[in-house]
Design a protein around this ligand. Structure first.
Ligand code: DGY
Length: 325
């Protein structure tokens, strides 16, 4: 006799989830759950054998190797991330594997972090936080620790999707001079509401005091920021990236920060991640580096995980997924 567990779809959960969503998936009666420890790729591939669904994070490469390991019964892969540059989408489509991601729910958290990182970079929080601890805090002087004020400045957004628009909304509070954006197509509705002007990238780079990258990593945006693009920016410019590390040629950025091609960078994403603790980027006073925490609020991580579970369960059931790629 077949037991009920053997007929349930088998789902591989990559590592863990925030507490409420972990409780939900571990007690979900319609599936049989397998959980990886995240210790190795080999373990993940081994556990993937014969599963019907996989819930991944942006840290797991979804490629032919994983799809082969899983086998032809695999129906759905749900990623707990809005970005899906870690997934070989054509390979999944070719095998009829449905894909889900988590747009919208992380937009506010990521936009908030982007503003925080911008302020931290412009006002030199890294150095300023260190000074009291290292004994470098001396009597108040008119020029010590001076940074850049946002008032009246021109900000250029590279990428004007959900997160770019949410950053632009928050920037309205800072009495900017101009707000520019570069994106493959014009977004007249959001741009009109936010008084943002569409420009080709070279003009945006030349005119902006602050450049903020929020676009997706695609073959077109990979290494978009390199020596050629940094050279088009003002030497006083601040560069912020909360999208993906590989949009930037990191060695070129380090060079641009060291030789004064640009003034400072605030990065929530690097290449690779994690960055080795002795990495040159972490030694630079004009670089503020965060460990990819854009969406890291308790509320947002639960919402992302719940949406990832919703996508997974709907995909397994052959139903409409709330966010299908
Ligand atoms: C995503 O979801 O793609 C983000 O980078 C995670 O914070």
């Amino acid at each position: 006799m077949t037991t009920s567990t053997t007929t349930k779809p088998r789902v591989l959960l990559c590592r863990t989830l925030p507490p409420q969503s972990l409780h939900r998936i571990t007690t979900e009666p319609s599936i049989q759950l397998i959980q990886s420890t995240g210790t190795s790729r080999e373990e993940f591939l081994e556990l993937a054998r014969g599963v019907d669904g996989i819930l991944v994070k942006l840290t797991e490469k979804v490629d032919d190797e994983l799809l082969d390991a899983a086998g032809p019964q695999l129906k759905v892969i749900s990623t707990m991330s809005v970005g899906y540059d870690h997934i070989n989408v054509p390979a999944c489509k070719a095998r009829g594997v449905r894909l889900g991601n988590t747009p919208d729910v992380l937009t506010d958290a990521t936009a908030e972090l982007t503003i925080g990182l911008l302020l931290a970079t412009a006002r030199r929080f890294g150095e300023a936080l260190r000074a009291p601890k290292t004994g470098d805090w001396q009597a108040w002087t008119p020029t010590w620790m001076c940074g850049t004020q946002l008032t009246g400045k021109t900000v250029g957004l590279v990428g004007f999707g959900r997160i770019g628009v949410a950053v632009a909304e928050r920037l309205q509070a800072f009495k900017l001079g101009k707000l520019l954006y570069a994106s493959p197509s014009e977004k007249p509705h959001a741009a009109g509401r936010l008084n943002a002007v569409h420009l080709p990238l070279p003009r945006l780079l030349a005119e902006s005091d602050i450049v903020i990258v929020t676009c997706a990593l695609t073959p077109e945006t990979k290494h978009l920021f390199c020596t050629a693009t940094f050279s088009q920016m003002k030497s006083t410019a601040i560069f912020i990236n909360t999208a993906r590390g590989q949009i930037v040629k990191q060695d070129d950025l380090i060079h641009a920060l060291k030789n004064g091609t640009i003034a400072a960078a605030g990065l929530d994403v690097t290449d690779p991640e994690p960055l080795p603790s002795n990495h040159e980027l972490l030694q630079l006073d004009n670089a503020v580096v965060l460990p990819h925490v854009g969406s890291a609020t308790i509320e947002t991580r639960e919402a992302m995980a719940h949406l990832a579970i919703d996508n997974l369960l709907s995909g397994l059931a052959g139903a409409k997924m709330p966010a299908e790629i």
